[in-house]
Design a protein around this ligand. Structure first.
Ligand SMILES: Cc1cc2nc3c(=O)[nH]c(=O)nc-3n(C[C@H](O)[C@H](O)[C@H](O)COP(=O)(O)OP(=O)(O)OC[C@H]3O[C@@H](n4cnc5c(N)ncnc54)[C@H](O)[C@@H]3O)c2cc1C
Length: 291
């Protein structure tokens, strides 16, 4: 298998820049390479995890004792067909947004600045500034491994069961590509909105430190960042991990954080917020390995 390595450090494959090694690691470029990797892992009875750009994961310091399938090089094509874009899972969401804008297609520019691949964005139902992936996705091409057999299938938006930062209908499935529907718009207006959103994100988020974005989901009727701030946790630090002074729902890596530091801080924040407010925060970040 090409693009296959052993004992690969996952530091460079997650935006936290922490974590250990993957016992086996592959960066498939197309569906055939992906299928070969999955069949191999299945035949070796190895567990596997899929990652995109790694912008919403925390990797254990002990690494992952299985196969990590990294889809950041996967099917990097973005094609226009009328008001639709057909996008491979490995395309960066921001590249797709820029392509749509250049094509005079509106509807996804509010997602500007969300790091990650299109596959990861679909799986997480990523969203910002009033738009979520569920608002623009029409169909999703997926790959499943059922009883040792690989099957490609097309899911509709309804079948994906999109909800806040999740798509339960896609559990256990690999997103290969997506068909999104946009509306014709003025290129300059779309680009201006994109620019304004990028400006707001820079103003509000601690983008100068490694992070995974918001650590916790928004609890009903409240904001995680507000609760964390009200509990006096802004700036609270464990090892090299800190509750951001700029945005309390971000936990940042000050430079030498381990994943354990970050995990311990997540646990401390959850416990403190629960004791003080009776709200149980739920993580948005996904854990890889035994964190
Ligand atoms: C600075 C910063 C700001 C952020 N702001 C936002 C924001 O405003 N809104 C928001 O929603 N998120 C935000 N995030 C989180 C993150 O950008 C999104 O969750 C993004 O969609 C993750 O994409 P990814 O490719 O990095 O996925 P990864 O982090 O690699 O994976 C996330 C999950 O998706 C799964 N996955 C990834 N690709 C596939 C695939 N092709 N098929 C099946 N499963 C897959 C993984 O198994 C994992 O469970 C932010 C993150 C950072 C670092």
């Amino acid at each position: 298998m090409s693009n296959f390595t052993e004992h690969e450090s996952l530091h460079e494959y997650c935006t936290y820049r922490t974590g250990g090694q993957a016992r086996y690691f592959i960066r498939p470029k197309d569906t055939q390479e992906l299928k070969t990797a999955l069949v191999w892992a299945d035949s070796m009875k190895l567990p596997h995890e899929v990652i995109g750009y790694g912008a919403n994961i925390l990797v254990s310091d002990n690494g992952y004792d299985g196969l990590i399938i990294c889809l950041r090089d996967f099917e990097k094509t973005c094609l226009r067909s009328g008001n639709h874009l057909l996008i491979g899972a490995g395309v960066l969401l921001n590249d797709a947004i820029l392509y749509a804008a250049e094509q005079g297609l509106a509807g996804m520019e509010a997602l500007s600045g969300i790091p990650g691949t299109v596959g990861g964005a679909v799986k997480m139902n990523a969203g910002a500034y009033g738009t979520e992936m569920k608002d623009i996705v029409t169909r999703i091409n997926v790959l499943t491994l059922e009883d040792g057999t690989l099957m490609e299938r097309v899911y509709t938006n309804d079948e994906a069961l999109f909800d806040y930062r999740k798509a339960d209908g896609l559990l256990g499935k690999l997103v290969l590509g997506v068909d999104i529907t946009l509306t014709p718009g003025d290129k300059d207006t779309i680009l201006a909105k994109r620019k304004e959103i990028l400006k707001q994100r820079t103003e509000k988020q601690p983008l100068n430190y490694p992070s995974c974005g918001s650590v916790f989901k928004r609890p009903t009727g409240n904001f995680a960042g507000t609760l964390i701030e009200q509990c006096g946790l802004k700036g609270y630090t464990i090892g090299g991990a800190q509750v951001s002074e700029k945005h309390a729902n971000f936990i940042v890596n000050l430079g030498d954080a381990t994943s354990s530091d970050i995990y311990n801080l997540i646990t401390h924040v959850k416990k403190t917020v629960f004791i003080k407010t009776k709200v149980m925060l739920e993580e948005e970040v996904k854990f890889i390995g035994n964190v």
